[in-house]
Design a protein around this ligand. Structure first.
Ligand code: AMP
Length: 194
C-alpha cells in the first residue's frame, strides 16, 4: 500500500486539464514522498529547447496546442519509466492523455509485473483555467492555443476520467483552491491508502 512510509512505491497518474495545477501538485508530492514526478510536457519542451531530433519533430505540434502522436509518446514514456529512479514508483504528469496512451501504460506496467495504484483528478472550472493560463503568459499560451488545448483535453483526455473511474482507480480533488489546500487534500487521499 502507498502510505506515507511507502510513498516511494507509489505509482500514480495526475489527471486534469491544462492549468489545473497538476504539475505543481505533482512536484510537491514528489518532494515529500521521494517518487519522481515525470512531466512529459517538460520532457518535450526540453527536447525542443535542445533541438534534438524529437524536439524538431514535435515543435510545431506543441506550438499549436495539439497532441504528439501516441506512437512517439510511447517511446518517450517507455524510456523514461525504464530509468532507475522510476523502478519503485512514479507520479505521471501529462501522461496518459488518450485512451491509447492508457493502454500503452498498462502494457509497460504489465511487462514489469506492476500495477497503477491511483489516478488523481484535479478538477477546475473552465473559466478559471483560462484566467490562470492567460496569467501564466508562457510563449505558447496565447488565448487561441489555450482554447485549443482545452478542446483537445475535452475530446481526447477527458474520456480517461470514466476509464479510470470504472477501474476503481480515480480519486478527484477540488483544484479551485489554494496550492496548499489542494496539496492537503491530496495528502489526505494518499494517507487513506496507508
Ligand atoms: P503540458 O506541459 O503537459 O501541458 O504539455 C505541453 C504540450 O506537450 C502539450 O500541449 C502537447 O502538445 C505535448 N504533450 C505533453 N504530454 C503529451 C502526451 N502525453 N501526449 C501527447 N502530447 C503531449
Amino acid at each position: 500500500m502507498a502510505g506515507v512510509d511507502s510513498m516511494n512505491r507509489l505509482r500514480a497518474v495526475m489527471l486534469g486539464p491544462p492549468g489545473s495545477g497538476k504539475g505543481t501538485q505533482a512536484a510537491l508530492i514528489s518532494a515529500r514522498g521521494g517518487v519522481p514526478a515525470i512531466s512529459t510536457g517538460d520532457m518535450l519542451r526540453q527536447a525542443v529547447a535542445e533541438g534534438s531530433s524529437l524536439g524538431v519533430r514535435v515543435k510545431e505540434i506543441l506550438d499549436a496546442g495539439r497532441l504528439v502522436d501516441d506512437e512517439k509518446m510511447a517511446d518517450v514514456i517507455e524510456r523514461r519509466l525504464a530509468a532507475k529512479d522510476a523502478e519503485t514508483g512514479f507520479l505521471l504528469d501529462g501522461y496518459p492523455r488518450t485512451i491509447g496512451q492508457a493502454g500503452t501504460l498498462d502494457r509497460i506496467l504489465e511487462q514489469r509485473s506492476q500495477e497503477l495504484d491511483l489516478v488523481i483528478l484535479v478538477e477546475v472550472p473552465e473559466d478559471e483555467l483560462i484566467r490562470r493560463a492567460l496569467a501564466r503568459q508562457r510563449t505558447d499560451d496565447t488565448e487561441d492555443v489555450i482554447r485549443k488545448r482545452l478542446s483537445v483535453y475535452r475530446e481526447q483526455t477527458a474520456p480517461l476520467v470514466d476509464h479510470y473511474r470504472s477501474r476503481g482507480l480515480l480519486k478527484a480533488v477540488d483544484g479551485d483552491q489554494s496550492i496548499d489546500e489542494v496539496q492537503a487534500d491530496i495528502q489526505d487521499l494518499l494517507s487513506v491508502r496507508a
